[in-house]
Design a protein around this ligand. Structure first.
Ligand code: GRF
Length: 204
């Protein structure tokens, strides 16, 4: 059984999609052992409580990044987390945090990286006039929205789109992509060579 730890700061729809897939057996042999928010009012916490999951609030406000990260890592270790899933976690991880979980932290970003890293990626893409948008699930490294890519999903931008409809269709894809990426990582059937995820690697 693999233990997933979720970090979030807001609405938590990606977390909810992961939780639904875990419950339905679509992410086999895995369980969500803890949901941690740095924001006490994150909607995702409510969902987690409703689902009967263990929740923790570890406020980040006014704390030094590393001091906060030490608290979060201690909680992840206490709950024996194997894989950390950032799901709308609005906080940069310190290099120290990243080093505690090598190739065991995933993030989802609402653009086809390396295009439009950072905040409001969907709005950036829409304003730029891209014809194809999408989302990326990637390993977290020490740079923002940067680590090796695990899954990407692309969708066309329609003439009828505005940034809201585009964001909504990207989000639908996010909810599919994240669980796919978790399954790839948990399967162990890949190797990361440089930046490239090689899917035909032997099982580790
Ligand atoms: C998503 O768009 C995700 O790609 C980004 O933050 C948003 C979180 O949404 N990292 P939710 O909290 O999962 O609904």
């Amino acid at each position: 059984m693999k233990n997933l730890g979720i970090l979030l700061s807001g609405r938590g729809s990606n977390f909810e999609a992961i939780a639904a897939n875990v419950s339905a057996g679509r992410i086999p042999d895995a369980q969500i052992v803890v949901v941690i928010s740095n924001k006490p009012d994150a909607g995702g916490l409510e969902t987690a409580r409703r689902l009967g999951l263990t929740t923790l609030v570890i406020p980040s406000k006014g704390k030094e990044r590393e001091a906060h990260d030490h608290e979060v890592v201690a909680a992840l270790n206490k709950h024996k987390v194997d894989l950390v899933c950032l799901a709308g976690y609005m906080r940069l991880l310190s290099p120290w945090f990243v080093q505690q979980f090598p190739h065991r932290i995933l993030n989802i970003h609402p653009s086809l990286l390396p295009a439009f890293p950072g905040l409001e990626a969907q709005e950036q893409a829409y304003a730029y006039g891209v014809r194809v948008a999408g989302c990326t699930v990637h390993f977290v490294d020490e740079e923002l929205d940067h680590g090796a890519i695990i899954v990407q999903k692309a969708i066309p931008v329609l003439d009828s789109d505005d940034e809201h409809t585009l964001s909504a269709r990207i989000l639908e894809q996010e909810h599919i992509a994240y669980s796919e990426a978790i399954n790839i990582v948990l399967s162990g059937k890949y190797e990361v060579v440089g930046r490239k995820l090689m899917m035909n690697a032997r099982a580790r």
